[in-house]
Design a protein around this ligand. Structure first.
Ligand code: SF4
Ligand code: SF4
Ligand code: FES
Length: 229
C-alpha cells in the first residue's frame, strides 16, 4: 500500500456506544468530530496538557482498559472508547497566606485532606493516570509531610481527574498534588534576591520611583509623536 492509500485507510471504532468508520490517521477526538459531535465538548488544548479529553480505551482482543488522552491516541480497528463524565471535586478553601509558617503546612494539610490517611494502597489511582504518575506514592509522601517530593511527582499532572474517579476512598489526589506544589513554591522556592529586595522595601531601605507620564504634543493629524531612540 502506498502512502496515499494509507491515509485513506478506514477503521471501525466505537465511541460512546456509537460505531463509526474513521480514517486511520485520525486521533480519537478527531474521529469523534467526524461523527458530528460539537468541538466544544471533551476537548481543550489538543496538546496533551489540559486533561479535558481523557478516555477509557479497550483495544480489540484485549480485556484491559487503559486511561488515555483522546487528542494523543490514534483510532485503531475494533477499539472501544468512552469519554467518562467529570465529577465535581470536593471544595477545599484555603489561602496560602493564612498558613503562617512552613511548620503549619502539615496541620493545614490534615485539616484540608483528612481522607488521605484512609488510603488503602490499592493502586487504582496510579493505574488510571494517563500521564504515568505514581499517584499512590504521592499520597504516601504527602501523608508523611513530604510536600516537596509530592509536588515534584505531580509536576506532569494535567488535572484530568481520573485518579479521583478511581479512588474508592474519595481522595482527590490531583488536589493533594496541587496543594503540595503550591506550598513548596510559596514557602521554599521564592528566589533569595527577590525576598531580600522585598525585605529592604518593607524596612524602608529602598525607594520606589513611580514612572512619570508626560503628555506628548499632539501632531497636526491627531496622532501622538513618539521618540524612538
Ligand atoms: S495525577 Fe490524576 S489528575 Fe493528574 S494526570 Fe494523573 S490521573 Fe490525571
Ligand atoms: S486509589 Fe485511593 S485508596 Fe487507592 S492507592 Fe490511590 S489514593 Fe489510595
Ligand atoms: S485536549 Fe487537552 S489533553 Fe487532549
Amino acid at each position: 500500500m502506498n502512502d496515499i492509500d494509507k491515509t485513506q485507510e478506514h477503521v471501525t471504532v466505537t465511541i460512546n456506544g456509537q460505531q463509526i468508520s474513521a480514517r486511520a490517521t485520525l486521533s480519537v477526538i478527531e474521529a469523534l468530530w467526524h461523527t458530528g459531535n460539537a468541538r466544544i465538548k471533551g476537548v481543550g488544548c489538543l496538546e496533551g496538557v489540559c486533561g479535558s479529553c481523557r478516555i477509557l480505551v479497550r483495544r480489540a482482543n484485549r480485556s484491559k482498559v487503559t486511561m488515555e488522552l483522546a487528542c494523543q491516541t490514534y483510532v485503531e480497528k475494533g477499539m472501544h472508547v468512552i469519554f467518562p463524565p467529570f465529577h465535581p471535586p470536593t471544595l477545599r478553601n484555603y489561602q496560602l497566606t493564612d498558613i503562617k509558617s512552613s511548620q503549619e503546612i502539615e496541620s493545614q494539610f490534615q485539616r484540608l485532606f483528612p481522607e488521605v490517611n484512609q488510603c488503602r494502597s490499592c493502586g487504582g489511582c496510579t493505574e488510571s493516570c494517563p500521564k504515568g504518575i505514581d499517584v499512590e506514592q504521592g499520597m504516601h509522601l504527602a501523608e508523611k509531610g513530604q510536600f516537596r517530593e509530592t509536588g515534584e511527582l505531580f509536576i506532569e499532572c494535567i488535572m484530568c481527574d481520573m485518579c479521583q474517579t478511581a479512588c474508592p476512598e474519595f481522595i482527590d489526589p490531583q488536589y493533594v498534588g496541587l496543594f503540595s506544589r503550591r506550598v513548596t513554591a510559596f514557602f521554599h522556592l521564592q528566589p533569595a534576591n527577590l525576598i531580600h529586595r522585598l525585605e529592604q522595601l518593607q524596612q524602608g531601605h529602598l525607594t520606589v520611583i513611580e514612572p512619570t507620564t508626560t503628555a506628548l504634543p499632539e501632531q497636526s493629524n491627531g496622532s501622538q509623536k513618539h521618540d524612538v531612540k
